[in-house]
Design a protein around this ligand. Structure first.
Ligand code: 13P
Ligand code: SF4
Length: 335
């Protein structure tokens, strides 16, 4: 049973302190009962909630146990001792968690939370690429289906792509499916990179003109951009990095004014912890990430839905590619 905000334990009221600068009080009063119910159910079911940096602040700061970028979520999914994992992110992230934990229940609150990059390539496309350039290893961004991972030599994320490519010790690699990430990696290594033509529907929207206009309007602005953005946008940025690299930069450097050229919940989540930093917020939402809501998380825990399954032989082969990535380590130099 979900109680009203006034009946909630002090613990839930205290959670409001984490988000008060980004969540209006009126909205909090509506959310708080569901937050309390989720946190109770989590304990009852020995469940853990993993949330990507693009989840909204009430999910990220008030119900998630573990948060981070795609690499951190893959690492944490490999270590958890909970019986159930609720993945607040998109479907490929939940599949990665299931591949790492075949014996656990992995839930995603909305099965339609997909990804334009994951949709841009199929397992048959990878087999065809291998026929075109035989002997060239395939480095696959984690933003792909389990079937595509299963056809790959090794996975990467935006935090470790350069390290993964260089770890192979070969002159040429296929870097799929994000064309812009591949082009960015090519600027950071001597290894020849063969890209695919996939794009992120969120990051491909940014333009260099937009970044220049922010700089003109907000003097002293620091611009951080995600490598899924087009190269002309990255050329305008002060730093290019994964979502976790951006989080680290803002916490450590405390820039006076910052624009994060990425999905817009990132700014809210960091702003909640860094009130002294002024955020210029391009509001570019990922419609897939935004399919996850408090109500759906509650129902997911209550009814054990929607369970993510990966066919065992596909999972076995995909796990090899993920494990090879995890063995390379954290993207310290570029991520
Ligand atoms: P990272 O959090 O790994 O940088 O990825 C961004 C993204 O688009 C995930 O869908
Ligand atoms: Fe996919 Fe882009 Fe959304 Fe990330 S932000 S889930 S890459 S569509």
């Amino acid at each position: 049973m979900i109680r009203t905000a006034a009946e909630l334990p002090a613990q839930t009221q205290a959670l409001y302190e984490r988000v008060r600068s980004v969540v209006p009080r009126l909205e909090w009063d509506l959310m708080a009962p569901t937050i309390a119910a989720i946190n109770r159910l989590k304990v009852e079911k020995n469940a853990v909630i993993l949330a990507h940096n693009y989840q909204t602040p009430e999910i990220f700061h008030c119900v998630a146990d573990l948060v981070g970028d795609s690499l951190a979520l893959a690492q944490q999914a490999a270590r958890t001792t909970a019986d159930t994992i609720v993945l607040c992110g998109v479907h490929f992230m939940a599949e990665t968690a299931k591949i790492q934990n075949p014996e656990k229940t992995v839930l995603i609150p909305d099965l339609k939370a997909g990804c334009s990059l994951a949709e841009s390539i199929t397992a048959e496309d990878v087999r065809a690429l291998r026929r075109q350039v035989p002997g060239v290893p395939v480095v696959t961004y984690v933003n792909t289906s389990a079937e595509v991972k299963a056809e790959s030599d090794v996975c990467c994320t935006s935090a470790n792509a350069v390290e993964v490519v260089e770890s192979l010790g070969v002159p040429r690699v296929l870097c799929i499916p994000d064309e812009y990430l591949a082009q960015y990696v090519a600027t950071q290594t001597k290894v020849e990179i063969i890209p695919w033509k996939g794009h992120c529907m969120v990051h491909e929207q940014f333009t260099p003109e937009q970044v220049r206009a922010y700089r003109e309007q907000f003097p002293g602005l620091t611009v951080l951009a995600h490598p899924e953005c087009p190269p002309e946008v990255l050329a305008e940025a002060d730093l290019v990095g994964s979502t976790s690299r951006m989080v680290r930069f803002v916490h450590e450097e405390k820039p006076r004014r910052v624009a994060l050229i990425t999905e817009c919940s990132m700014s809210d989540n960091i702003a909640a912890e860094c009130p002294e930093v002024e955020f210029v917020r391009p509001c570019t939402l990922c419609p897939h990430m935004k399919k996850i809501t408090l109500q759906k998380i509650y129902e997911s825990l209550l009814h054990n839905r929607f369970e993510v399954e990966v066919e065992p032989e596909v999972a076995r082969r995909a796990r090899l590619a993920i494990d090879r990535m995890l063995a390379v380590g954290r993207g310290t130099r570029h991520g």
